[in-house]
Every structure is written in C-alpha cells, then in structure tokens.
Design a protein around this ligand. Sequence first.
Ligand SMILES: Cc1ncc(COP(=O)(O)O)c(C=O)c1O
Length: 385
Amino acid sequence: MSERPAYDLDAVRRRIPLLATHVVMNACSQAPQSLAAREAAEAYLDSWARDGMDWDRWIAEVEAARAEFGALIGAEPADVAVATSVSQATAGVATGLDFTGRRYGIVVSGAEFPTVAHVWRAQERLGAEVWTIPVGEDGTIHFEDYDGAVNATTLVVSAAHGYYQNGWKQDIASLAALVHERGALLYVDAYQTLGTEPFDAPSSGADFVASGTLKFLMGMPGIAFVWVRPGAADALHPTATGWFGRRDPFAFDAHLDWADGARRLDTGTPPILEAYVARAGIAWLRELGLEQVAAWTRALAARLVEGGRAMGLETMGPTAPGAKAPTTAFRCADSHGVEVALRARGVLASARGPAIRLAPHFYNTTEDVDRALDALAEIQEAARR
Ligand SMILES: Cc1ncc(COP(=O)(O)O)c(C=O)c1O
C-alpha cells in the first residue's frame, strides 16, 4: 500500500486545525472544520456586517454553490435544486409525484437513512404504498429482492448509494436498469459517498441524486442539493414549495407556477452562509481530485479493516474497499459509550446502533488509522474484562 496520497498531505492537514489535537475519523457524521470553510463563513459574516445586505452577491453565492455541486457530479446547474436538508430535498421530489394513478408504489431500501424513509412513508396519506426491502444478515440488500418488489405499480425506488450503517454501496447502475425496465424512477441519496470518489450523476442511471454537505463534502448543516435528470423535473409539481421555486421569485404575486428544471424544487430564502461553506468544501475536494481522494481513502479503509481484524475487532457488513465507502463499522455492545471513550483518547468516531463507525477521509494518515484502532481495541478489551 502506498504510504502517501498523490496530493500534499501535510499541506492538506495544515488546513484543518482540529487535526493538530485529534484523530478525526467521523466524516460519515460531521466533517472537521477547514480553514477554507471558516474563511467562506467569514466572507458572508463580513459582508453582512459591512454592507447590511447584499442580496445580489449572496444569491450569486448560492448559484455558485449550486454550480459547484453540479460540477462535482458532472451536472448542469439548471438540473440542481438547493434545499436545506436531504429530508427537505426528498420531500420536494416526493410531493412532486402523483400517487393517485396506476403507479402508486414506493420501494424503499432498508439501507436508507431513516429520514428518507420517513418522507416516503408520509406520502401514504396521499395514496402511496411503501414496500421496504430489508437489509440482510450480511449488512447488504440482495438484488433479487428488488427484482421481486419493483413492478407495474411502482412509481419510484429509493436507494441510498452508501449505507450509513456500514458504508456498503448499492449497485446503482444495475438497479437503475431494473427500475427503468419496469417503468419506474430511481431516487438515490448519495450523502455517504459523495466526496469520497468520483460520481457522475447523468451516467449513474439515477433520476434523482441528493446529498447534504456536512459529511465527506467538508461542509456544515443547513444546506443540501438534489440533482434531477434533465427532462424529469417538468413532471414534478411539489406541494412542498415556496417563492424560490417560481419562474420569477421576484414577481411578488401569489400566482403558482413552477420554474423550469430542477429549480422548481427550490423553496424559501436559500441557506446563504451554508452555500458559501458548501462551495468551499466541494471546491477543495475537486481541486485535490476525487480519483486521488478515492485511492487514498480506499488504502486507509483497507488498512483499517485488516488492522482491526488482526486485533480481533469484529467488522460489520462488506469490507472490500471497492464495495463500500471509506466507512467501516465495528461491532460493539455499547457504541455510544465507545464513542465517548474514544473521544476521551482524542479519537473522533461515530456510533450508530450496534456499531462504532470509523471513517477515514483524504486528510487522514496511516498513523491516524493505527492510533484509532489501538484506542478502540484497548476500550473493547477493557469492556470485556
Ligand atoms: C445517507 C444519509 N442521508 C440523510 C441523512 C440526513 O439528512 P438530513 O438531516 O439532511 O435530512 C444522513 C445523516 O445525517 C445520512 O447519512
């Protein structure tokens, strides 16, 4: 395994102050603050303090963030909507669909972050019927289960790209082929994979791709994006809407039209400070190169899995680097207690259900991985005694 990534790791690490004091391995939950993010937030705060208001410039920043997210996934800005969370982005799509016709079924993967499943379930009041595809004992969904569930009544299938519990990646291309062959749409929540590897939305097969920015995209809460396949947006008439989803938000009349393209999923006043920060995080990753980031995070993830096994730690779910995001789940009886104990040792990790998740990102070193594993093994050993 290469001991260094293709980019200047020391220079990268100097841009993340938290790395001076912590082993940061919780990007699957919240990325650390970078100087780029801080400078971006300060640019907004300075503008607000200095100018009072500068809507032209602030809205231009929102547009720049929209374009940056689009560039990350190989898409045009016109095909990207700006939301405040993945929940809201999903609600825009969900309430834009019509479940009263021949197609009323929603097939939801058991690997969805619960909020996405909640939004789909809420559509049952409007005529939808939800089928959930369970996650198997092995921590994955068996493809044949989709085959059995997607039929002529299915309107949309919702499948996260990366499973938040263990990082396992669903095969979006194969799923898209199946879903489209049956005449349905495919909604993909890529929050747990974007920023860890290249992802091209137009060629992925998905009809919708959503993500927030506070995980591997190095951003903060309060902003999310959803890409809509060109041409697919015009069939959506979201009831979760607002003035920024209109053709001309500044017409200041109450006439309800829908903007062309993905913009019709925009809602109220956009998250401006968050847009500044989101652009900075995504731009940094694009500058480093997503191929390079993927190569390094896979190398670190492989070291994490092998090292953990050698120490007797039990992994959960698939562990082959290409089969999952950099996140690895280790089983532990009291995951929250382990998260707290790791934090006390200077290691930031993230508990989810029966697992503690360690998620190396582009700024981590091999020493980080080894230190995190040593700390985890020590805590688990102490718990057994
Ligand atoms: C895959 C995934 N989707 C969605 C969310 C949450 O979305 P939001 O809080 O932006 O609605 C999370 C975690 O917070 C997640 O891991």
